[in-house]
Design a protein around this ligand. Sequence first.
Ligand code: ADP
Ligand code: MG
Length: 326
Amino acid sequence: MNFPLRSFFQDHPAIRYLYFGGKGGVGKTVVAAGVALWCADQGKKTLLASTNPVHSLSNLCGADVFGKPCNVEAIPNFHVYEIDTRETIERSKNEIKGKINWFLKFADLPVKADDFVETATMNPAFEESAMFENMINLIIEDEYDLYVFDTAPTANARRLLGMSKVYTLWVDKMLKSREEAQATRLRLSFRKKKEEEPDPLMDYLSAFRERIEKAGALLVDDEKTAFFFVTLLESLPIAVIRRFVGWFHDFGIPIGGVIVNQIIDKSQVTEKTAEFIRNRVKMQDHYYQEVHDLFGNICGEIPLFEKEVKGMAMVRRLSGALFHEG
Ligand SMILES: Nc1ncnc2c1ncn2[C@@H]1O[C@H](COP(=O)(O)OP(=O)(O)O)[C@@H](O)[C@H]1O
Ligand SMILES: [Mg+2]
């Protein structure tokens, strides 16, 4: 018998960033936790992080992990963290406000920054970009061997990925016009020392672009990064990952494989089992074949448990099923 998920880790010894995508409710969070736990058991200092504005890791792990990374149940190497998006948004707002104020003064415009700041920050994309920044910050801080990200549902994740490209374009454009504006000022100025004058906006934008570029490069590095897709054996979740896989090819983002969740254990199904369940088994057989035909090898299979996955004991059970242990 082969163990595809284990082989994946054997074949990717330098892997550092793992992501899990799929339709809402298919088990992304529990699978991310199961994989993170296994990696921690392998001796890798692991961070399971949620960049989602709606968190579920505290509930899953039975510990308050909101706002700072916590070592859960003293399990060696296993750290969990729900990032406080609101805090990041506030911080970014203030940062942007400072920059805009500086710019308005620089340009001699008698306008208050507040209106600009509200317009710039009162939209969902801003929240997503704050989440994206949080993720990049964690990666750049570089304190863990392995990062497992419990990502937002599909559409957001896609926008998040597209955002890194948009950012680069935007920042390049901003930098160009800043350079032009500075050149003009320099030409119009009588003083010669203008060149040395600090330009916080420009510095910020250059640093920002550098960070984005670094993150973008990591995201497409197939030795370090892998996206896994989680699906149920049902039509809609399969349709979602099918679309997802297409986008990822377009973005050049490495795909680790497809994990199938909530498979009904056939050994427990007999002629006497309720028709309702026998029908679902037939349905699952059909979709299993479909997933196999669409995506090739399935890299992990998890049974439907008799209860929800909640608490570290259940995460351990799921992890055992995923990696064929126990
Ligand atoms: N294999 C499974 N057996 C039983 N319950 C499961 C299984 N996988 C997931 N669940 C339950 O399904 C729900 C959704 O899982 P979750 O990981 O939160 O999904 P997502 O993060 O994709 O929205 C949770 O209540 C979880 O406990
Ligand atoms: Mg989730």
